[in-house]
Every structure is written in structure tokens, then in C-alpha cells.
Design a protein around this ligand. Structure first.
Ligand SMILES: [Zn+2]
Ligand SMILES: [Zn+2]
Length: 367
């Protein structure tokens, strides 16, 4: 009898050791599974990100200390402005996050809510040395050479009733680079943009005082027109990659697409902005939904980043609008992706026939 009890006791003890061993194994399995799914998650949003880059390493370490992280809570984390870019405000960044593939099917901070989710090629053919994994260094990027003067630029902006009509031939009031990109240009090593700048016929009527809608709309290609008469495209090239990082623009931040339409993808340094040094940026152009697009500086001259703005890359506070100070929604440029409008907070106009686009009412794909 006694020996049976001892055997039974031994069996219990053995079971306990085995069980606790099993429990530990199960726990560590859960942990590593969580880490792996996190990796999959982040690469699915950043097709060009390098898994071994310093950014993804640091986020992996974070997940190790929070074993309860699930893909769902990871998604929630991405929606938190601070987690998207982790950028301190009011400080210019040496390295900018690459926006490749950062499109979403609903409004999302730091992303472009894109009407297109299929992208087909175009743009620069080779990554320049300023692209380093999942980041890029704007100070190392080359520009398209030249200082071509356009004497026949035409732009009129007329406020009439509840409409603001903008008529432009897209020939800018500043110099441009020489396009097509010359084989003698250092930019030619990365981008062989074969298009020439051609006069366009842009005539749009925007809401002079737009109304916010409950559900923002997606964007595609052109998102606004600037006070130089030049259209603003969103942050993507035709391949859904970060156009500002990959494509080579001239020193004013512009280049022509397939039908010769000169355009920007980010704030042009050739638009005059007196913002910074304690003052809000100036109005630099209009979004297709009628709201204003301002430079990189918010209230009190604070340098803004995507994480400081809403899902559509804007904010609401007192601004100068048609000569009056009023509290109003508006978009901002930022140095980081998506650089300008991520979605429209009011109903945008479509650039129909007579605009700068090809027959059929559709803007040719951006490049
Ligand atoms: Zn502002
Ligand atoms: Zn472009």
C-alpha cells in the first residue's frame, strides 16, 4: 500500500514537471507567434522596407516587452498618430520615412486614402543612394538641372459668389528644370523622364467656402492647384511608391507627366511661404474640395509632421481666408509622407473635360 502511494506521488510530481514544462513551451510559442505576425503585418504595409533595418528592429523589441500584442492591437497602434511616424514636432528630420505602398482604403493618419489600389509602373527606374531601406535622406537627393523661364504663364483666380474659379495654363511663374531629362544630367542615372513640359488648359470652379462632410473621400492623382498655377499630385508615383523619394523633380519640386502636365508632389520651395519663426504658414494653393493648402508651419510657427495632423492631413484653427481671420479646416504640407492631402474632408470637384487631363475626363496616371 505504502509503495503504491509513493509511486502515485512520484507520478503526480512527474506530471507536474511535465505540465509546467508544457505550459512554458506553450507560452513561448505564443510569444514568438505574436512577433512573427507583427513582422508580416508591417511588411505588408511597406513592401520596400528592409526587415533588418534599424526601424523594424526597434519595433520588434517593443513587441517582445508586450507579449499580449496581437495583430489587432498592432493595427490600433498604427492608427495612433505618435506610433505612425514617431516624430517629435517642430524639428526637421534628417531621414524621412519612405511612403511606398502606404495607401489605405479608409482615412488613416500618415497614409493616402487612395481611390486606386492597383498601381502600374512608371516613374524612376532606379533607387538613388538617398533611399536607405525604409527611410530616405532628402539632403542627398539629386534634382533635375536647368533654369527654364516660362514667359507665357497664365493664371487667374476669381472669387464670385460661392465659387472660386481657377484658370491656368500650367506654365509656372518660376523656372523649371530641363525636360526631358538630359543624358548629361546626374538625375538621368535614376529617372529618364522622357516628357516635355507642355501648356495645359485647366479651368476649375471650387467651393469658395467648403463644408465638412461626415465621410472623407479618397483621392487619385491631382489633389489641388497651387498659386503658381501648377497642379499638386498626391504623394504617389504611378507605381504606388513615394513619388518625392523615388522620382527626380527639378529644384522647384516639379516635373511633367505623360501629357506634359507639370506638377508637384510636395511643397515647392518656389512657392513663397513666410511661415515659421512664430507665424503660421501662408496659403499656397487650393485643394480640389475648396479648402486651403498651407505650408509646413502650424500655429505659432510650429513645424508640422503627419502625426500632428488628422487623417486627411489637415487641422482646424484660425487662419487667414479671403482677407479675413476665421476658424476653418485647412490642409498642410509636411516634409514627411504623405507630404500633402491624404483624403478630402469636403466634396472634391472632378477635373472634367476642359481641365488639364486627357479626353475622357480622367487625369492621366501620375508619374
Ligand atoms: Zn494650420
Ligand atoms: Zn510626378
Amino acid at each position: 500500500m505504502n509503495s503504491n502511494y509513493i509511486l502515485l506521488g512520484l507520478a503526480f510530481a512527474l506530471c507536474f514537471v511535465l505540465l509546467s514544462g508544457c505550459t512554458n513551451t506553450a507560452k513561448s510559442d505564443t510569444l514568438s507567434t505574436g512577433t512573427i505576425s507583427k513582422d508580416k503585418n508591417s511588411t505588408s504595409y511597406n513592401p520596400n522596407s528592409v526587415p533588418g533595418s534599424s526601424e523594424s528592429n526597434s519595433s520588434d523589441q517593443k513587441s517582445d516587452t508586450t507579449p499580449s500584442t496581437t495583430p489587432e492591437s498592432e493595427e490600433a497602434l498604427k492608427d495612433t498618430p505618435g506610433a505612425v511616424i514617431n516624430t517629435p514636432s517642430n524639428k526637421r528630420l534628417d531621414l524621412l520615412p519612405l511612403g511606398d505602398g502606404k495607401y489605405s482604403t479608409s482615412p488613416k493618419v500618415g497614409y493616402i486614402y487612395s481611390c486606386d489600389t492597383q498601381f502600374n509602373g512608371g516613374g524612376a527606374f532606379k533607387d538613388g543612394p538617398w533611399i536607405e531601406g525604409s527611410v530616405w535622406d532628402p539632403s542627398k537627393k539629386v534634382t533635375v538641372d536647368g533654369a527654364v523661364v516660362w514667359k507665357n504663364g497664365k493664371l487667374t483666380i476669381t472669387l464670385s459668389g460661392d465659387k472660386r474659379r481657377i484658370v491656368s495654363n500650367d506654365l509656372p511663374n518660376h523656372t523649371t528644370g530641363v525636360f526631358p531629362i538630359s543624358s548629361n544630367d546626374d538625375a538621368y542615372q535614376y529617372d529618364r523622364n522622357p516628357n516635355s513640359i507642355k501648356e495645359q488648359s485647366i479651368d476649375i470652379s471650387l467651393a469658395a467656402n467648403p463644408t465638412l462632410v461626415d465621410n472623407p473621400s479618397c483621392g487619385s492623382g491631382t489633389v489641388g492647384i497651387m498659386l503658381s498655377g501648377v497642379p499638386l499630385f498626391n504623394g504617389f508615383d504611378a507605381g504606388g511608391r513615394d513619388a518625392v523619394a523615388h522620382e527626380i523633380q527639378d529644384s522647384c519640386g516639379g516635373h511633367p507627366q505623360v501629357s506634359g502636365q507639370y506638377h508637384y508632389h510636395s511643397e515647392s520651395s518656389c512657392l513663397n511661404d513666410s511661415g515659421g519663426k512664430a507665424t503660421h504658414s501662408d496659403l499656397l494653393g487650393y485643394s480640389l474640395d475648396g479648402f486651403g493648402i498651407y505650408g509646413e508651419y502650424g500655429e505659432n510657427g510650429t513645424l508640422l509632421h503627419a502625426a500632428d495632423l488628422d487623417e486627411c492631413h489637415g487641422q482646424t484653427h484660425a487662419i487667414m481666408w479671403d482677407g479675413k481671420t476665421q476658424v476653418m479646416y485647412h490642409y498642410h504640407f509636411t516634409e514627411d509622407f504623405p507630404y500633402s492631402i491624404g483624403c478630402f474632408r469636403a466634396k472634391p470637384v472632378s477635373l472634367g473635360a476642359g481641365g488639364g487631363e486627357s479626353p475622357g475626363g480622367q487625369m492621366p496616371p501620375p508619374r
